[in-house]
Design a protein around this ligand. Structure first.
Ligand code: PDD
Length: 304
């Protein structure tokens, strides 16, 4: 079956989906995006994703292209047309088409909206959580408004490319003071030697991750000590545990940083407990129950 995309009000064959060459998103990265995950036909954390899309657009003074209800309905329509129950939806909204000029046109343009759907292998993902991934640290080359989910991702792309060349699955970017900002497409977390959970505080240097907010509330419910402060790359390398988190990675243990094992080189107890809590959140939101979730629940968990 051929893939279907959504472009400016139309469902079209993916291979023929196209936008104008003078779209400002294409020429200036003048646009924003969201990546949402559908599990068994239901969207995970839909409201915060829509809230963040609205906020990103408002920060750039681009109009919301349609109502939230219409956007949600297109997302469902696209999943249905592609016959995907569990998959990601990519939503991109750019300022629209205008003759190339850096200044934002005075008259508002018609925003261009594109959506694509792609299957997500949730079982393979879950198996990956049992082994974890390697990350490398790289200097953060990005602009100073990383809180906007803009399509200007060249810094993230270069960071991820450096990771791939080093045989790692993610890059953790490091600011000029030697502190980790976030992953190329995920938030960064460690458990320090005192057992505290650390992640960088919100600010213009990082994206306000939806999964980040969910993890913080799950950890707080469990009485885990949370420190929302920047941590250094050296602290990360000396951490007891580490993980990286996003809509498509959930809570993903980091077992190697810059070639050195984190802790004993296996997903640690607090990470495993949060993985279990997060799966429970996924199940509550979508009704999906992963086959082997009891493995994590029965793991020696400091949270029970
Ligand atoms: N990326 N930080 C960055 C730079 C990201 O690109 C992402 C997500 C996150 C995690 O945010 P969330 O928990 O809301 O997914 C943090 C998506 C998945 C992507 O670009 O594919």
């Amino acid at each position: 079956m051929s893939r279907i995309a959504y472009v400016n009000g139309r469902y079209v064959p993916h291979c023929r989906a196209a936008i104008h060459i003078e779209d400002r998103g294409y020429q200036f990265s003048d646009g924003v995006y969201e990546v949402c995950l559908f599990v068994g036909g239901r969207c995970l954390d839909l409201t915060p994703h829509l809230d963040r899309l609205s906020r990103s657009l408002a920060e750039l003074r681009i109009a919301m292209p349609m109502s939230r209800a219409a956007l949600t309905s297109v997302m469902h329509g696209l999943m249905r047309r592609n016959r995907i129950a569990t998959g990601t939806i990519y939503v991109q909204v750019t300022r629209g088409v205008a003759p190339r000029d850096h200044a934002i046109p005075r008259e508002p343009l018609r925003p261009a909206t594109v959506m694509t759907a792609r299957r997500f292998d949730i079982e393979a993902h879950r198996r990956r959580q049992e082994t974890g991934i390697a990350v490398v640290t790289v200097p953060d080359p990005r602009w100073k408004r990383c809180d906007i989910k803009s399509v200007s991702l060249l810094g993230n792309v270069l960071a991820r490319d450096a990771a791939a060349k080093a045989g790692a699955a993610e890059a953790w970017m490091v600011d000029e003071a030697g502190r980790v900002t976030e992953g190329a497409s995920s938030t960064a977390w460690i458990v320090d030697q005192e057992g505290r959970l650390l992640t960088r505080s919100l600010g213009p240097e990082i994206l306000p991750g939806i999964t980040r907010a969910v993890i913080l509330s799950l950890a707080a419910e469990q009485g885990i000590e949370i420190v929302e402060l920047p941590f250094s790359a050296a602290q990360a390398r000396a951490a007891r545990e580490a993980f990286t988190a996003s809509t498509t990675r959930f809570v993903m243990p980091v077992v190697k940083i810059d070639g050195e094992p984190v802790g004993d080189g296996r997903p640690g107890p607090l990470s495993r407990a949060l993985i279990a809590r997060h799966w429970a959140h996924v199940s509550a939101e979508t009704g999906y129950v992963p086959p082997a979730i009891s493995d994590f629940h029965s793991a020696s968990s400091p949270l029970r």
